[in-house]
Ligand binder design. Structure first.
Ligand code: 5AD
Ligand code: SF4
Length: 437
């Protein structure tokens, strides 16, 4: 007989897609009669959903698995999901004592059976790819937060030379528009007011001739939904049509996350990014022109193989030229199996760290200047609830994705308010009393 009513504990690392997948795993297991718990000691099954994008993330998560094995109940089973599971497969069973199952990114439907086997002492691994799995038929969610993620496409065909994602997430495939709109409608009925449409490269979304701009327009028709965000965009295929839709469809927020990776055209070519510095700058200009008040954020890698001082300075000069609202910054990490792994990792660690510190300092200064320029303006904020730092204040995000704290009653949670920006600190805008919009 099958066990039902088991308590499942899930810990999630990595990107928004992994956050989404953990919810997906929860709904697959819920439809098999199991429930979630946040209490490790109460859990019958512990799942760690992992990220392998940089080596450090992977090492940390492997340590965490061993640590969890020591903390959880002895009769509970431990499993690994996500990108490290996909990359390492059954090698993980030998590496991590007490690990009972390994489930890759395209195999989550198998989890109920896998857990069943693990519970009777049979370790199981399912990491096949190429099924084209897009989880279009995901079981309906049974609860929603105010701000939710919805996956619109999975996988990546770009093969940036440094990146492991195409190997662990497979080829690009889009969900059907109708499935996405249904899921957003269900989430709104359960209380969501904002959705972030996610994919490794949302601009490659295709469904029966419809591109991503068309999808945004379709999702915007969902009644009760107030805001739409999206990530991530690849500069090579962000269309003018999309800029037009962001600029004109009221629900679509004015924030474009547009990873540049480097300011040097030569490094971009070695990275296989398919655009030049000049093309990126021109695109950023079109975005800013077409979407007044837009926030532009980015990802940057320093210390890519062969990156010279001169090429690094081009990244610095690009950051000064564009003045991003914020940036995620990394030093290059070799990923086995990628093209760049064959280039050799020739920028010394100390140089990588020094370059990273330089751009982090620069971006901190630019972010605080860009934010300080907002003092005196009004921000439209979706109230998410009391601030974690100070329960007397409310927290929410502006349409541009910036954190805003301001005085107000917790009863405003879920409402859209207008807040005048009075001051700013490192990453946060501080507002006055809210006005209902
Ligand atoms: N080394 C360092 N950073 C990387 N990223 C992806 N692969 C690597 C790597 N091998 C960064 C890129 C990407 C972000 C999600 O992670 O900047 O946009
Ligand atoms: Fe990490 Fe990439 Fe996998 Fe997301 S898709 S969890 S960033 S490796």
């Amino acid at each position: 007989m099958r066990d039902v009513g088991m308590k499942i504990y899930i810990e999630t690392y990595g990107c928004q897609m992994n956050e989404y997948d953990s919810r997906l795993i929860a709904s697959i297991l819920a439809s098999d009669g199991h429930g979630m718990t946040r209490d490790l000691g109460a859990a019958d099954v512990v799942i760690v959903n992992t990220c392998t994008v940089r080596e450090r993330a992977e090492i940390r998560v492997l340590g965490r698995l061993t640590h969890l094995r020591g903390l959880m109940r002895k009769d509970a089973v431990l499993g690994i999901a996500g990108c490290v599971a996909q990359r390492m497969g059954d090698r993980l069973l030998r590496k991590i004592p007490g690990l009972s199952f390994v489930v890759g990114t395209e195999q989550y439907w198998k989890l109920p059976d896998m857990i069943e086997s693990a519970r009777i002492g049979r370790a199981v691994v399912a990491v096949g790819t190429g099924s084209g799995e897009s989880y279009d038929r995901r079981p309906a969610p049974d609860e929603a937060s105010l701000c939710e993620f919805v996956s619109v496409m999975r996988g990546c065909n770009n093969y940036c030379s440094y990146c492991i994602v195409p190997y662990v997430r497979g080829r690009e495939r889009s969900r059907a528009t109708s499935g996405i709109v249904d899921e957003v409608t269900q989430l709104v009925a359960l209380g969501a007011r904002e959705v972030t449409l996610i994919g490794q490269n949302v601009n490659s979304f295709r469904d029966e001739g419809r591109g991503f701009a068309g999808l945004l327009s379709a999702v915007a028709k969902v009644e009760g939904l107030q805001r739409i965000r999206f990530a991530t965009s690849h500069p090579k295929d962000l269309s003018d049509e999309l800029i037009e839709v962001i600029g004109s469809v009221a629900k679509v927020c004015e924030h474009v996350h547009l990873p540049v990776q480097s300011g040097s055209t030569e490094v971009l070519a070695a990275m296989n990014r398919s655009y030049t510095r000049e093309q990126y700058v021109a695109l950023a200009g079109r975005i800013r022109e077409g979407i007044p008040g837009v926030a532009l954020t980015t990802d940057i890698i320093v210390g890519f193989p062969g990156e010279t001082d001169e090429q690094f300075r081009e990244t610095v000069s690009l950051m000064n030229e564009i003045r991003f609202d914020s940036a995620f910054m990394f030093h290059y990490s070799v990923r086995e199996g990628t093209r760049a792994a064959e280039f050799g990792d020739d920028v010394p660690k100390e140089v990588k760290i020094a370059r990273l510190e330089t751009i982090i300092d620069l971006q901190k200064r630019v972010t605080s200047e860009v934010n300080a320029a907002l003092i005196g303006s009004n921000a439209e904020v979706l109230v998410e609830g009391p601030s974690h730092r100070n329960e007397d204040l409310l927290f929410g995000r502006s349409r541009t994705g910036k954190a805003v704290v301001f005085p107000g009653d917790a009863g405003l949670t879920g409402r859209v308010v207008n807040v005048e920006i009075r001051s700013t600190s490192a990453w946060t805008l501080h507002g006055g009393n809210p006005l209902l919009s």
